[in-house]
Ligand binder design. Structure first.
Ligand code: SAH
Ligand code: SF4
Ligand code: F3S
Length: 434
């Protein structure tokens, strides 16, 4: 028997990259690779990259510089770049860092086995096409290995929205939905491997149209025995239709958590961002969602310091946050991205943007803490994901996606246990079994 080659994948960016990294590991499993957790003993290193902000993209080059010397120790080592930087920069990556053997865009992962053979033969391989076929169709699956109880399932990719600041429509291409029957089969397979919770992923997941709507896909998934929890992310306000809202009141397995980015609370800025919704229409939407599911925990994304953002525009964002009260929210300083329409516009001074970011993050953190602390004394259920640091402690997630440490816990990984929340900590909750 030949010894297996070792694969190290480092994943940056969004959850879709996490899902893709798992699929790449499966594809290369068919080429005789097993995964390793350290770059030092790998025969193949893949960086699955993110291009969303300048810092994210630059990180890749510094990481490649750090990895390059490993080639001196292991002449068999091949280095590849996948993901959104690969798509955006293509051959430029090999010019900037000649230690790179392989560059593969997110739409071409089913072609990885052939690319691997090319680089093993001493050549370089580059593929940033947008092929027609479903990139997940041809992947060789490993034996039915046990999976962690919470899994991602990509149902939709790409984006047609073209927000003025965003690279995703260019790096991931046009919106494509995977066929519902394949997704239901994949979900049943995940359940057989021990999965109890799936998070349906897409850059615009609620624009899903793979033979049925997202609402109907959720209803169909809810019928799978053994699948106990369903979530979906990321949604766009314009695709949040009445039927999908209704599922939040109707489908018990659909968890009361919704990530619905708005980006700004100023209509002027929203217009300049090409978001095609207003702050008011967004607030009314949340009102409708809360009318069917009053306890839903809202999550969002914000960009501060977008070109032309005034103090009044920023105050409108603060006001919107005060009205919504997010359980989680992610806020970013605007980063100008090459090729996007907003890149042509004058930036807000960095110190102004920094100050706004601090102010917004302080408000968001305050709400996050308050909402988390309001869970104390409540009876929730926790999907157990792993052992905790202390004896007898198990760690999992509540319905609202809070991390929960269950003390003196007799349950196993994969169990969903009833608990009472006893304490709010900085980034988690403590609980006792009921
Ligand atoms: N498809 C999702 C996520 C896109 S990227 C959506 O539409 O919501 C995740 C987040 O990164 C965005 O919601 C936005 O807040 C942020 N982002 C995207 N481009 C950015 C940029 N150029 N500068 C700063 N933040 C950005
Ligand atoms: Fe980017 Fe906008 Fe598409 Fe989200 S909806 S991926 S922010 S272009
Ligand atoms: Fe980043 Fe690409 Fe995801 S740019 S956020 S990895 S879609």
């Amino acid at each position: 028997m030949t010894t297996p080659k070792k694969l190290f994948i480092k994943t940056y960016g969004c959850q879709m990259n996490v899902y893709d990294s798992e699929r790449m590991a499966e594809a290369l499993g068919g080429q005789g690779y097993v995964e390793t957790k350290t770059a030092e003993d790998a025969d193949m290193i893949l960086l699955n990259t993110c291009h969303i902000r300048e810092k994210a993209a630059e990180k890749v080059y510094s990481e490649l510089g750090r990895l390059k010397p490993l080639k001196a120790d292991n002449p068999n080592l091949k280095i590849g770049v996948a993901g959104c930087v690969a798509q955006a920069e293509g051959a430029e990556i090999m010019r900037r860092q000649p230690a790179v053997d392989l560059v593969v865009g997110p739409q071409s992962y089913h072609r990885l086995p052939a690319m691997e053979e090319r680089v093993r033969a001493g050549q370089t391989a580059l593929d940033t096409d947008f092929p027609e076929e479903d990139k997940f169709d041809h992947l060789k699956s490993r034996p039915k290995a046990r999976r962690a109880p919470a899994a991602f399932l990509t149902v939709q990719e790409g984006c047609d929205k073209f927000c003025a600041f965003c690279v995703v429509p260019y790096t991931r291409g046009a919106e494509v939905s995977r066929p519902a029957d394949k997704l239901l089969t994949e979900a049943r397979d995940l359940v057989e491997r021990g999965v109890r919770e799936v998070t349906l992923l897409g850059q615009n997941v609620n624009a899903y149209h793979g033979g049925m709507t997202l609402a109907d896909l959720i209803r169909a998934l809810a019928k799978i025995d053994g699948l106990e929890r369903i979530r979906y992310t990321t949604s766009h306000p314009n695709d949040m239709d009445d039927d999908l809202i209704a599922t939040h009141g109707e489908v018990e397995k659909l968890m009361p958590y919704l990530h619905l980015p708005v980006q700004s609370g100023s209509d002027h800025i929203l217009k300049r961002m090409n978001r095609s919704h207003t702050a008011e229409s967004y607030l009314r939407l949340i009102e409708r969602i809360r009318s069917v599911r009053p306890d839903i925990l809202m999550s969002g994304d914000f960009i501060v310091g977008f070109p032309e953002e005034t103090d009044a525009d920023f105050e409108a964002t603060m006001q919107l946050v005060r009205e919504v009260r997010y359980g989680y929210a992610y806020s970013f300083k605007y980063s100008s991205r090459p090729g996007t329409p907003a890149a042509e516009r004058a930036d807000v001074p960095a110190e102004v943007a920094d100050a706004r970011l601090q102010q917004l993050q302080a408000l968001i953190t305050q709400h996050q803490r308050e909402i988390q602390n309001s869970m104390v004394g409540r009876d929730l259920s926790v999907l157990i994901e792993k052992q905790g640091r202390e004896a007898g402690q198990m760690v999992g997630k509540s319905e609202y996606l809070h991390a929960v440490h269950v003390e003196n816990c007799s349950a196993s990984v994969g169990d969903i246990v009833p608990v009472r929340i006893t304490e709010g900590k900085t980034n988690s909750l403590a609980a006792q079994m009921r």
